[in-house]
Design a protein around this ligand. Structure first.
Ligand code: OFO
Length: 172
């Protein structure tokens, strides 16, 4: 049985993951409208992954005798200015999510809930990957600068990143 404090903290994380999914969906739509096909595919996929992170929490809370709460979300931004800015915001958002996960892990230790602590290790590992991916993308963007040919190749390559991670997910 989950302690109330752990249940509340996990429910808070459901909202964080749902917010992430909404934000990346809005980014995907913006990129699609701008004709950035590969970037938008990457972001649609990323949005789906965040929903999966949210669902995993919903199932865990309910399995442990709690009640997973689906809460109201705030509307994400509609305009991201430039694709460079979009990925800068994505990276900063992932850092924020990592901080939230760390706080959550901290609560489980304080409450001596080692089962939930163990469950959350998947999220800890996932955040390391997501931060690393976002950092790699930012490095590539810095290399491109304002070169149009570079953007064309980047848009093509990021589609591949999204296809690769889809293949990895299917093999799990
Ligand atoms: Fe849920 O990992 Fe990104 O935010």
């Amino acid at each position: 049985m989950l302690k109330k404090r752990v249940e509340d903290a996990l429910n808070g994380q459901i909202r964080v993951e749902a917010d992430s999914s909404q934000i990346y969906l809005s980014m995907a739509s913006w990129a699609e409208v701008k004709g950035l096909e590969g970037i938008s595919q990457f972001l649609y996929k990323h949005s789906d992954e965040e929903r999966m992170h949210m669902l995993k929490l919903v199932r865990y809370i309910n399995e442990r005798g709690g009640h997973a709460i689906v809460s109201e979300l705030s509307a994400p931004k509609k305009d991201f200015g430039s694709f460079q800015n979009l990925f800068k915001e994505l990276f900063e958002h992932e850092i924020h999510v990592s901080d939230c996960i760390n706080e959550l892990v901290h609560v489980t230790l304080e409450e001596k809930d080692y089962a939930t602590h163990n469950f959350l290790q998947w999220y800890v590992a996932e955040q390391i990957e997501e931060e690393a991916l976002a950092r790699t993308i930012l490095d590539k963007i810095n290399l491109i600068g304002n070169d149009k040919g570079g953007l064309y190749l980047f848009d093509r390559d990021i589609r591949q990143i999204s296809a690769d991670s889809a293949a990895q997910d299917e093999s799990i």
